[in-house]
Ligand binder design. Structure first.
Ligand code: ATP
Ligand code: MG
Ligand code: MG
Ligand code: MG
Length: 470
């Protein structure tokens, strides 16, 4: 049965609430935990309960958590299932229900509530987890040849060398041979055919200094399932970008560019990257992130600029990213009020960034391509750190963007050289900031200061006298 992404999100929440879970709204993309740049999974806001350093207010919970995974940037558009920003549906238990319930209820949700075909599902378990095998096989009725056993690498979860850890079990859905990645593709293959939809983690051990596993007095459950993937199965489409969570954005990108989806792989790729990144950008700004040269703000800037460059590849210029924001709000603004509340800020930030980078994107591209031609002529394969830094500093190219463009042409970038240039500039800036004695932050202001020089404040002695304002 066809259902909207929105309905599926709500069904998941209602289902776990009916099993006694407390529903929390999504937590911020910026975690409390300073060791992480972004919330990368539903369990991140609850990490303290898993570590046992805080007591949960409820024995079990359910969320649809906003997540950002930068490690998946290069997968976006290349696979059917990866995004930078996505929603992770998750059920959590801290000393409440455990493995049996998580598995059997999870299965009940997928088959009874959502109506997925159980015969097309495979499950993976950790080698030694006989308990999980018995539940899947004897209680749920999954045939033995649909239960795959893997080792630590694939099916054992831990946060660090010691502390809470445990086996996990993943649910895969066979999308059929048309999704196969090649002749060696088999159940458990890490591709779009055996689509990984849901990971159930059974945090049941406390790993000691000597490596031994001691059972935790209070066993925990932590699961995560990508809403976009599940929606693609329910809606019977080839990839997440064809679901109603993305389709209106994709359609607008294609119509603005005057291309048809499905016409060329390059066009589709660009439309997917742009549709993915604009969602990430909107949500990041709504959670208070602003473009910057480091931290979360750098990732935001990198995504914006990468999207702008992909736009150029399909002929999109001007403020096309800003123009896409109403669509993002239309799809996501109801479940995520923060988007509506921050609408003006989001529009302004995207528009300013887009204009700033838009001015230098082409010039940078000309420079980069002539450098690449020169390298090719000399039979060299490495773009110098000096050029990469000039692209960064003068034309606003994030290093990763330069690296990606070089890679497409078969070149690499001297990253170390780049960092050296960066450090040298930092030293210069440090020396000059002693003189400027500026308290302003943000590179927009640094830039203004650099191009216009300091402006003395004359308001104490004079209210309006143009000649005094230098
Ligand atoms: P994959 O193997 O497909 O990269 P994963 O094993 O890295 O996924 P987990 O860390 O197990 O993913 O996260 C739990 C669930 O979150 C996954 O089963 C999947 O449904 C979803 N998920 C993970 N990464 C992404 C992503 N980049 N975009 C969308 N959904 C994702
Ligand atoms: Mg992954
Ligand atoms: Mg995986
Ligand atoms: Mg996984």
């Amino acid at each position: 049965k066809w259902r909207s992404g929105r309905e599926i999100r709500q069904l998941f929440i209602d289902f776990w609430v009916s099993k006694g879970a407390h529903h929390y709204d999504s937590f911020s993309l910026v975690p409390e935990d300073p060791t992480l740049l972004f919330t990368i999974a539903g369990m991140v806001p609850f990490k303290k309960y898993y570590l046992g350093i805080a007591e949960p207010d409820f024995p079990s919970a359910v969320t649809s958590q906003k997540c950002v995974r930068t490690n998946d940037i290069d997968n976006v558009g290349r696979t059917a299932r990866h995004h930078t920003f996505f929603e992770m549906l998750g059920n959590f238990s801290w000393g409440g229900y455990f493995k049996r319930e998580s598995i059997t209820w999870g299965w009940e949700f997928l088959t009874d509530v959502i109506g997925l075909d159980g015969d097309r599902m495979y499950v993976t378990i950790y080698n030694d987890d006989q308990e999980a095998f018995d539940i899947w096989h004897k209680e749920v009725g999954v045939p033995e040849d649909h239960i795959l056993r893997f080792g630590e690498e694939e099916n054992f979860w831990f946060m660090g060398p010691t502390g809470p850890c445990g086996p996990d079990s993943e649910i895969l859905y066979d999308q059929g041979p048309s999704f196969s990645c090649g002749p060696d593709c088999a159940p458990g293959c890490d591709c779009d055919r055996y689509l990984e939809i849901w990971n159930h983690v059974f945090t049941q051990y406390d790993r000691q200094d000597d490596g031994s596993l001691v059972p935790l007095p209070r066993k925990n459950i932590d699961t995560g399932m990508g809403l976009e993937r599940l929606t693609s199965l329910v809606q019977g489409v080839a990839n997440d970008f064809e679901t109603d969570l993305f389709k209106p954005i994709m359609d607008q990108v294609c119509s603005m560019a005057g291309i048809s989806y499905g016409a060329t792989p390059q066009g589709d790729m660009a439309a997917k990257v742009i549709s993915d990144h604009i969602r990430a950008v909107a949500f990041m700004i709504a959670d208070g992130i602003l473009p910057a040269n480091d931290g979360q703000g750098y990732v935001l800037r990198r995504l914006l600029r990468r999207a702008a460059r992909y736009g150029r590849l399909i002929g999109l210029k001007g403020a096309f990213l800003t123009d896409l924001l109403p669509k993002v709000l239309e799809i996501m603004g109801d479940p995520y009020r923060e988007l509506k509340d921050s609408r003006l800020t989001i529009e302004q930030v995207v528009s300013v960034e887009e204009k700033r980078f838009g001015r230098t994107l082409e010039q940078g591209s000309d420079l980069l391509h002539s450098e690449i031609e020169a390298l090719a002529a000399e039979g060299e394969a490495t773009l110098s750190g000096v050029v990469a830094f000039e692209l960064y500093d003068t034309y606003g190219y994030p290093l990763e963007l330069t690296m990606e463009i070089c890679q497409e042409k078969g070149f690499v970038v001297d990253e170390e050289g780049f960092r050296g240039e960066m450090e040298a500039q930092r030293q210069r800036a440090r020396a000059s900031s002693k003189q400027a004695n500026s308290v302003m932050t943000g590179d927009l202001y640094t830039e203004l200061l650099a191009s216009h020089g300091p402006t003395p404040f004359v308001g104490y002695s004079s209210l309006c006298c143009e000649s005094e304002i230098t």
